[in-house]
Design a protein around this ligand. Sequence first.
Ligand SMILES: Cc1cc2nc3c(=O)[nH]c(=O)nc-3n(C[C@H](O)[C@H](O)[C@H](O)COP(=O)(O)OP(=O)(O)OC[C@H]3O[C@@H](n4cnc5c(N)ncnc54)[C@H](O)[C@@H]3O)c2cc1C
Length: 481
Amino acid sequence: MKKTVIDGVQRYPTNGLKVLVIGAGTSGMQTALECWRKGCEVEIIEKADELSPIGDYFTITPSAQTTLKDYPSMYVQYHNRVYDCILSVFAPGGDCIGYEVVEWNRSNDGHASPDVKISFLNRRPEYAQMQLDQLKRLAIPVHFSQKASSMSEVDNRVIVETETGKKFSGDICIAADGLGTVFRRREEPIRSDVMDSGYSIARCAFPTSHIKPDTPAWKLVETVKEQPEFRIYLADDLHLILYLTADYVGIALTHPDDTGADESWSNLRDPAVLIKVLEKSAATWDPAVVSFMKQVPVKVVDWKLKWRDVNPSWTSASGRILAVGDAAHSFLPTSGNGVTQAIEDALSIGECLRLGGRENAAWATKVHNKLRFERTSVLQLMGFVNRDEIHKADLSAIKKAGKSLDVGFFRLGRWTWNHNPEKYATDNFDACLAHLRDEKPFQNTNLPPGHVYKPWTLQEENERMAKGIQSDLKQNGDWSV
Ligand SMILES: Cc1cc2nc3c(=O)[nH]c(=O)nc-3n(C[C@H](O)[C@H](O)[C@H](O)COP(=O)(O)OP(=O)(O)OC[C@H]3O[C@@H](n4cnc5c(N)ncnc54)[C@H](O)[C@@H]3O)c2cc1C
């Protein structure tokens, strides 16, 4: 059968599968697009009344953009705003430790999405709007104001009930509803497994025009027209990221959590909280940074960095329900990979469902799970290792050495961004299915070459860090550029 073309998107022949997606976040919307493109009928249910305007910037690396070219209108919309950033590291007092270009631009061998101009920074609300616009052009329904409250499986169908009493059904249900997912509560009702990581991240974004030319902060933004910058200040047990672009600037301040027993996951706080956090740290801060903080015109979202231990099982026993994105794997921002892995999931499950078709749909989710788990688990662990590395970095030694910045998320490794998750699913689906169904041998190759996968827990990581032991994660396999 021939592909049909809508809005320039070539859609595979319909496969008779109905996929319900819970959550219109980055992963839910991309999952819906990919499943639709692969021939499924798709609907999204989302608890919010509309897309949230909250959010500043996130990083999407080349491995998550391998199918952008398959959506020609979205491809154009994406390229309307590309921030090809320079990365820089500063000491709190304002001493520049070094500048660097992003890893994939340092490599002579290219990356997984050569046809895409990779934007190191993406404005979250704009990216989400771009995905929603594409869903609309493809007439994929998004039901807002529908909070999923339960899921049940009846005769090979999944029924999702929402708080308004509405029922939706599909052959497959994909829970893309973030860390507090209905899926995990259903699978493990007794385990309350969302934990505090001990840190919060205070974030906001606002138009660059709010920074006044006659203030010390001006020196931070006066050059951004020519060259946007991802600037990180490293202090003891704290780091501050400034996203400096010509139209919007953003702040992400990761700090030890001071909200104690407060159970809410995110608090809208007065911008003065930023100054308070800086004052609490032992460092003396560059007056330009303090002036920058004093000019923040918006409330700051202080997200508690919650954590759920790595769980290898992302599907229900039958395989008809699957979790993707944050619902399957929580990431610390220091992994630089939360959004990338959420989108990689979408690219992988779309292809697995195409290959599995109606007959093997419930196996397809399990194949996806097997193909993706070890990769995401290593990257989740990398978030802790990166945070530890940057919080303990010897800045004067780095400056003295004068070589490329090699700490934290400045070093992800070629294996992370030179991966094509859709192609990986195509190439490995049959062997992985034979492994799951017939116990044939299978080994993932989407890890650092030579890496030997080791399961790990948050408790072990906390103990390692408390003892001051350096992780050997980046010595396990090839993490080079
Ligand atoms: C409003 C918002 C702003 C963010 N801003 C940033 C940022 O600036 N920088 C950054 O790095 N990361 C940000 N994040 C986190 C980042 O987007 C995610 O970590 C990553 O993209 C993975 O996305 P996800 O789709 O798996 O989860 P999420 O982005 O958390 O999306 C989950 C979606 O599911 C919906 N949902 C939850 N429960 C239900 C339910 N029961 N029924 C129906 N729908 C439900 C939520 O409303 C949300 O739309 C933000 C997340 C949100 C929700």
